[in-house]
Design a protein around this ligand. Structure first.
Ligand SMILES: C[S@@+](CC[C@H](N)C(=O)[O-])C[C@H]1O[C@@H](n2cnc3c(N)ncnc32)[C@H](O)[C@@H]1O
Length: 253
């Protein structure tokens, strides 16, 4: 898919079907986790490679081969808003089939995170970044939010390629014991989460849906002082994944 002669032409050909990686860090992460990147541009190749020398020597040679320098105005015309690193790239979205295979793989070595009808694109991006950091098997959303929406991808800092990200119906969720998080549940501190757990979190507005509750095996609560109603969705996922790792779960190395 590479078009080394004319990266701008390649960009226009692929922009509608590929995922925008906005900035150096998103490109660095995507490359580290094996994304296919048919085109990458920068308005300042020397600065981009200096960043790679400093922050990502492991992928420096790959970035050197990928990055094409274009004039600042051309770069700015390709992205919705210029990034301070003046780097942008397009990556091929992993197929749904490949993600479903990863999610269904047994035995699973790390939990799947389910966001049940999330509303906030920033929360979804933050959760994908958390899942990548903890080596979770994947992040599944139910409902209408697209977990590959450009704003979610921006929030995920290129880490959509480090974990399987898909939208599914509640009836299509991966197998495994389903632990749903809700302030009314049993204290999570007394529970060891298995590696094949499916960890579900409710929507920012209304919590867990009836359909998700019906599929739940265990309802768990994060410790919270009386009079506080609930935590933010992404911070709830962070505490739960931390609990999994701190009680014997092994973030993938
Ligand atoms: C912002 S909260 C939802 C608040 C919503 N108004 C409700 O009725 O539940 C989003 C999600 O974070 C998780 N969450 C937040 N605080 C929690 C707590 N103390 N214990 C367990 N889960 C919590 C739950 O999964 C919840 O559905």
């Amino acid at each position: 898919m590479n078009d080394p002669v004319d990266p701008v032409r390649a960009w226009h050909r692929l922009a509608g079907i590929c995922v925008l990686l906005d900035g150096f860090h998103a490109l660095k992460h995507a490359v580290r986790f094996g994304a296919e990147v048919p085109v990458a541009v920068t308005a300042d190749r020397r600065a981009a490679l200096a960043l790679a020398d400093e922050l990502a020597p492991d992928v420096r040679d790959t970035l050197d081969a990928l990055l094409s320098e274009v004039p600042q105005g051309t770069y700015a015309s390709l992205v919705p808003r210029p990034h301070p690193t003046a780097v942008a790239a397009l990556a091929v979205r992993p197929s749904r089939e490949a993600n479903l295979r990863t999610l269904a793989h047994a035995p699973r070595g790390a939990p799947v995170v389910v966001l049940d009808q999330p509303r906030n694109l920033g929360n979804a991006g933050a959760v994908i970044r958390l899942a990548a950091g903890f080596g979770a098997t994947g992040v599944v959303t139910t409902g209408t939010l697209d977990p590959w929406h450009p704003t979610v991808v921006r929030g995920g800092a290129g880490l959509h390629f480090a974990t399987a990200v898909e939208r599914l119906g509640v009836d299509e969720l991966p197998r495994g014991p389903l632990f749903a998080l809700d302030p009314e549940g049993e204290d999570i501190r007394g529970v060891k989460l298995p590696d094949d757990a499916v960890l579900a979190f409710g929507s920012e507005r209304s919590g867990l849906s009836a359909a998700l509750r019906a599929r739940t095996d265990h309802l768990l609560a994060l410790p919270m002082r009386p009079q506080v109603s609930s935590y933010n969705l992404a911070t709830s996922v962070a505490m739960t994944l931390y609990h999994w790792s701190a009680t014997g779960g092994a973030p993938a190395s």
